[in-house]
Write a protein that binds this ligand. Structure first.
Ligand code: ADP
Length: 613
């Protein structure tokens, strides 16, 4: 057991910009190496493409010198056949290289997305809830595609084009090395210019991607809150916000495109200068008989063929920079490790009674919000402890510490005497059921929703759980009974019905400890009673920690803890606390009486307290 403060981790700070070399290294190790057979195939195909491309202009030399000049017919047939053969080879090799390249690319995307999802879903709640889910979504689609492009275009295409350039430059140097030196003299200028453009692209790309992330976050937020948007008639404001964000993305993306496009005028100009110089100097050599016309034509065509892949090689810099910007956002997600883990030798929690004890627990959120201060709570076997108090006091935080969604910074929590940090997470989470205010249902059948924690549960068990949760009858009345899809019926299920399905889920899990955040939302009297009955059945025989909003729950609790500003300020039974004449007594005098009268619209204690402040 350790009492050392455990730093709680929030959303990762903006990561340091990754170095191109590091991204290259990691993508090579993580994505190219595991696919080495494909990479090798692609490399062989690339070599064939390069060699055949280099061979074509050489054939031209023989057309001019042997066929046109020497009128050699046999040579003519041979060259024509060779041209067909070379082109056919090149075609097949290009096909092979394209297919393998795209296969590698798609495997990269699948592997990034798979790993990303598993990292996010296993990450600490603090980290996940500190990041807007829209940002994850944009990383899923956009960033992973950019990293794929960085690998397929910047690495694989780069190698292929580089090989082609080498083959063609080999041909050029073989044809005439002096002219070749002249033609190559423009290359260093191009490289320098490209580096500058690469930096610009990287900056614009990063901003564009951040903008795209913000945009997805905005859209998912607006859609998630569409009822509120409509109810408050704020559609136009949301449209304006999203449009503003779209404009911002457009602006940044265009900056990136402009930087990329700026590559063309210079490379065109440089290749123009190179070719012009070769035509001029080569022409003079031909006039003086130092060069055959066939050699010059072959030379110029090889040079023209070489400039295109050379430009592509130069441009990969900009695509690589897009990839680096994407990797900077993506890799930290792929690397996230949960802080909340159990030791390798942790034993499973051994539940005998299900007694829970908070011992001098303090907790602060990663942003420094001190949410709990020296809280001690004791819940003996089978007892119900109610947490009451003003909103923001720390009740939800207390509940979230039991399944270790967060770890206390000081103090300890034990279940049947075992520190929850010393047992396996799986056994700890198996020991408690969390029933939250908002009954969350998956887009699946009612059956699957109830069986979420025990997918292999038998029909009998599922029906028994539903009966106990007062859900069986309404489920049977659904079009397909237990097989009805909640997605389709989602809007037809009432709030109370959804809650009862969630209660049935907890019922089926049958954990000895119940963590209950009582709903504050209004239900009609009948639903309210059904939900109350279902909850009462669920609480039966379990150790229950409940955030209580209803007087009936509070009255039935074995002990009440009044939490304000992160501290337990009063504790005792209802009668004891009334006698104490403190906050609880005040609340019950001013609020609870009205609460019972208003129970039809289920005014909650929390609401009442907030309203009374
Ligand atoms: P209650 O359930 O009593 O309304 P909470 O436990 O939700 O209170 O909140 C206690 C305090 O912790 C509040 O000040 C709240 O603003 C803060 N808080 C709650 N959740 C977070 C979070 N995820 N990050 C930072 N602060 C939080």
């Amino acid at each position: 057991m350790t009492n050392e403060p455990i730093p709680s981790k929030q959303a990762a700070p903006a990561p340091e910009y990754l170095k191109t070399f590091d991204v290259l290294k990691r993508t090579t190790l993580d994505y190219l190496l595991p696919n080495w057979q494909l990479v090798l195939t692609s490399l062989i195909a690339s070599i064939i493409v390069a060699a055949t491309t280099g061979a074509l202009p050489v054939l031209l030399k023989y057309v001019f010198d042997d066929v046109l000049h020497d009128k050699n017919q046999v040579m003519l047939v041979m060259i024509a056949s060779a041209a067909v053969g070379v082109s056919a080879f090149k075609g097949i090799a290009s096909y092979g290289s394209n297919i393998t390249k795209n296969l590698i690319g798609q495997r990269i995307i699948s592997s990034i997305q798979g790993r990303m999802f598993s990292r996010i879903i296993k990450a600490d709640l603090a980290w996940v809830s500190g990041t807007h889910s829209g940002r994850f979504l944009s990383s899923f689609s956009l960033d992973s595609a950019r990293v794929r492009d960085a690998v397929t275009i910047s690495i694989i295409d780069f190698v292929q084009n580089l090989l082609t350039v080498i083959a063609l430059m080999g041909a050029v140097f073989w044809l005439n090395w002096k002219l070749a030196l002249v033609a190559s003299s423009v290359i260093p200028i191009g490289i320098l210019y490209m580096r500058t453009l690469g930096k610009k692209t990287r900056k614009a790309s990063r901003k564009g991607m951040e903008g795209a992330g913000d945009l997805s976050a905005l859209i998912s937020e607006a859609l998630g809150g569409i009822r509120v948007v409509k109810a408050y008639g704020q559609e136009d404001r949301e449209i304006a916000r999203v449009n503003e964000s779209i404009r911002h993305v457009l602006k940044q993306v265009m900056k990136g495109y402009r930087a990329k496009a700026a590559a063309s005028p210079l490379t065109e100009a440089l290749s123009g200068i190179g070719i012009a110089a070769v035509i001029y100097l080569g022409g003079i050599s031909v006039i003086h008989g130092q060069l055959t016309s066939g050699e010059l034509v072959a030379f110029i065509s090889a040079l023209m063929l070489a400039y295109q892949p050379m430009k592509t090689v130069a441009n990969t810099q900009t695509i690589m920079q897009d990839g680096v910007a994407a990797a900077t956002r993506l890799f930290p997600i792929l690397d996230i490790e949960p802080d909340i883990i159990a030791d390798a030798d942790a034993k499973p929690l051994h539940v005998t009674d299900g007694a829970v004890r908070f011992d001098k627990v303090s907790f602060a959120y990663g942003d420094g919000t001190r949410a709990l201060d020296n809280v001690s709570i004791n819940i003996p076997k089978g007892h119900t402890v109610a947490l009451v108090g003003p909103s923001g006091g720390g009740k939800s935080t207390t509940l979230n510490l039991v399944p270790r969604f967060y770890d206390p910074s000081e103090g300890s929590i034990t279940i049947d005497g075992q520190d929850i940090r010393d047992v396996t997470l799986a056994s700890l989470r198996q020991a408690s059921s969390l029933v939250t205010q908002e009954a969350f249902l998956f887009d699946d059948t009612v059956r699957a929703n109830i069986a979420y924690g025990r997918p292999d549960a038998s029909d009998e068990d599922i029906i028994a759980a539903a009966r106990n949760a007062a859900a069986h009858d309404f489920i049977m009345a659904l079009p397909n009974g237990y097989e009805t899809s909640v997605g389709e019926a989602g809007f037809r299920l009432s709030g109370g019905q959804r809650q009862r399905i969630a209660i049935a889920r907890a019922m089926l899990k049958n954990a000895p400890i119940l963590l209950l955040d009582e709903a504050t939302s209004a239900l009609d009297t009948t639903s309210e009673m059904q939900v109350q009955n279902a909850l009462a059945a669920l609480m039966e025989g379990r150790t229950t920690l409940v955030i209580a909003h209803r007087l009936s729950t509070i009255m039935h609790a074995d002990r009440i803890y009044v939490i304000e500003a992160g501290r337990v300020i009063e504790e005792g039974t209802h009668d004891e606390l009334i006698a104490l004449g403190g906050l609880y007594a005040e609340l019950s005098q001013t609020q609870f009486a009205g609460l019972e009268a208003n129970d039809d619209d289920a005014t909650s204690l929390a609401q009442a307290v907030v309203a009374g402040e």
